[in-house]
Design a protein around this ligand. Structure first.
Ligand code: ADP
Ligand code: UDP
Length: 238
């Protein structure tokens, strides 16, 4: 990419961001095959993950747009690259949950797979060194993590997104257990950003309850690539 004269702006665990045209207002997000878990303690590669995750995100951003939810997505550039608006990101992860799993099951000491009576939305401070601690809205103002009204708007949007994604996956034989979203601001407008992929969602087969997401990698289960491919196949019909 640097050979194409593109300036690397940031390299994270799953993606690399490049400045698109020197103006800094658009970025190319390049999706890698690298996979990490447990705050970077487990590292590995999932073959073709980058291509699947780019395509899955593109399709889901399109589905959301068709349902009135704006995102940073502009266009798909190649198998592993999408063009996006460069947003001022909130250093916050918005986790939405429909069933108990992962850290929620631990925190509330309930088994995994219990249907929640209503969706749970959690905020985490995005900071690898601290292990992404859980926060709430009052931290946003107190620690200047963004404008409180923008963060509350993002939280509302996360709930709207939940209805759209939950129904879509339900129609395709999957339970949307939980997922993580990120938001940022462009010209004063709060917008969905980052990715929506099996790296950031938990999806279970409705019949067998088999995991069809990154938990297969986290837990050393077989069929990791096949899980990503299944979500790719479902979302490619959007
Ligand atoms: P991480 O930073 O957690 O290792 P990634 O490897 O996915 O994760 O890196 C992508 C980074 O790009 C994330 O930190 C995310 O907050 C940021 N990002 C996503 N979308 C945008 C955007 N539209 N504008 C600016 N930054 C973005
Ligand atoms: N998640 C994520 N990035 C994170 C933390 C969580 O994408 O840094 C996603 C994760 O894939 C799951 C949901 O958010 O779909 C809830 O994760 P949880 O808090 O249970 O964390 P875990 O126990 O999996 O680390």
């Amino acid at each position: 990419m640097e050979e194409r004269g593109l300036r690397k702006v940031y390299e994270g665990k799953a993606k690399i961001l490049y400045d698109y045209n020197g103006s800094g207002d658009k970025l190319i997000a390049y999706f890698k095959d690298d996979a990490t878990a447990f705050n970077g303690q487990k590292k590995g590669t999932i073959i073709n993950k980058g291509e699947y995750n780019n395509a899955i995100s593109v399709s889901l951003f399109k589905l959301l747009k068709n349902n009135g939810i704006e995102s940073h997505f502009i266009e798909k550039l190649s198998d592993r690259e999408m063009l996006v608006h460069n947003l001022k990101m909130f250093p916050v992860e918005f986790v939405v949950r429909n069933y108990t799993a992962g850290s929620l099951a631990k925190r509330m000491r309930v088994e995994e797979g219990v249907k929640l009576l209503s969706p749970v939305v959690e905020l985490y401070f995005k900071n690898d060194e601290l292990g992404d601690p859980m926060i709430n809205e009052t931290y946003v103002e107190a620690f200047d993590l963004g404008k409180i009204e923008d963060v509350l708007e993002a939280k509302d949007t996360a709930i709207k997104i939940n209805e759209i994604l939950k129904n879509f996956f339900d129609k395709n034989g999957l339970l949307l257990v939980d997922y993580k979203l990120e938001f940022g601001v462009l010209n004063g407008k709060t917008m969905l950003a980052d990715e929506i992929t099996p790296d950031t969602m938990r999806l279970w087969d409705k019949v067998t309850l088999e995991k069809v997401d990154k938990d297969r990698f986290r837990r050393d289960l077989d069929g990791v690539e096949d899980a990503y491919k299944r979500i790719y196949n479902i979302t490619s019909k959007i």
